[in-house]
Design a protein around this ligand. Sequence first.
Ligand SMILES: Cc1cc2nc3c(=O)[nH]c(=O)nc-3n(C[C@H](O)[C@H](O)[C@H](O)COP(=O)(O)OP(=O)(O)OC[C@H]3O[C@@H](n4cnc5c(N)ncnc54)[C@H](O)[C@@H]3O)c2cc1C
Length: 390
Amino acid sequence: MRPNFENTAIAFELKSDSQLERAYFLFKLISNEPLVRIGTAVTNFAIKAHLPVEGLIRATVFDHFCGGVNEEDCLPIIDNMYGNGVCSILDYSAEGKEVDNQFDFAMEKTLDILDFVKEKDAMPFAVFKPTGFGRFKLFEKISAGSELNENEKAEWGRIVNRFEKVCQKAHNLDVALLIDAEESWMQDAADDLVLEMMRKYNKEKTIVFNTFQMYRWDRMDYIKKLYEMASDQGFKIGAKVVRGAYMEKENERANDKGYESPICKSKQETDKNFDAAIAYMMEHLDQFTIFAGTHNEQSTLKLIDLMEKQGVPTNDERIWFGQLFGMSDHITYNLAANGYNSVKYIPYGPVKDVMPYLIRRAEENTSVAGQTSRELALITKERKRRKLED
Ligand SMILES: Cc1cc2nc3c(=O)[nH]c(=O)nc-3n(C[C@H](O)[C@H](O)[C@H](O)COP(=O)(O)OP(=O)(O)OC[C@H]3O[C@@H](n4cnc5c(N)ncnc54)[C@H](O)[C@@H]3O)c2cc1C
């Protein structure tokens, strides 16, 4: 059945009145662009200056968009959501790390989470970010085709080993592993590495997933080439399909350096590209497992229509719908209530380390006209239904 995204009773069932009020306050705040810009700058400064702002961040954005500072904090949330049919992906979101022991730490976290995933039905995937396992600049250098010196070669070897270790463990445990996508100027190196992992570990079933950012106009060609390769060489493609989170940065860099931006010319072009990728994968469901990471209602409904047309059951293992914790509950919970595989990314980690993630969320909700107002409209509707309005 087609889910009804207007059903706010289902969407916010797990939110207490006070949590709903906090969400209302928060989205009102971040709908104000100048306020977000000032707030971001002040918060960054305060953290660098070691001012005691963690409490304030926790009580506002952090607790809304993150599960907690460690896995234990997240467990009650995971169980609670699973009670309403929604699965979870624990996403260790510390960003901007630069040294080997921090990369090893992130890898160990992912290895531990794979054990969790094996044990808990509520957690169908683990996830990591390529630059969580190695220096951004090295991914960038390889993507640019530059020669590495001896030290860098050894460093790259350690990154490959980290990828290898987690993918091999995921394969041994028979659990799925998502790999995020980041800025285009580091992504080629990551794509090549993930391709290697898919070749090796996706022979019988889909274990390793890459992420395709459909705001990039070159991705459709890449997906088609990958499909040809996978059919010839006999491996499955795990495909997390997203629009992409780094648009402003991408356009700015292209403009500064004077090359053509890799980003589609308009939002409509991105939307078309996203829906085309999903349609292509649905045509080749023998080879693809789809993870649609989106808050876009139209794209979600289009995928549902294709599933219906092709007679694919709502809970088919090859199709997943994902949203971020703290956003688009109306999609997540109404999908789950209608039997679709629905899952939330739950970011967690020390408050100051997840700040880049939180800032992206605040900026995204500000810059994407319509998204915040949609969240606000739904929260307002639910406040009215609960008679919370003042
Ligand atoms: C579960 C999950 C996992 C994710 N993983 C990743 C990841 O690994 N890597 C990553 O980069 N992002 C990731 N994202 C974030 C995602 O890429 C988007 O930033 C976010 O979901 C908003 O897009 P949307 O499809 O939800 O919604 P929409 O609100 O419909 O689309 C907004 C998006 O459209 C694009 N857009 C907006 N304006 C324009 C314009 N003028 N021209 C061209 N394009 C435009 C941008 O990508 C923008 O983020 C993930 C999201 C989810 C839900």
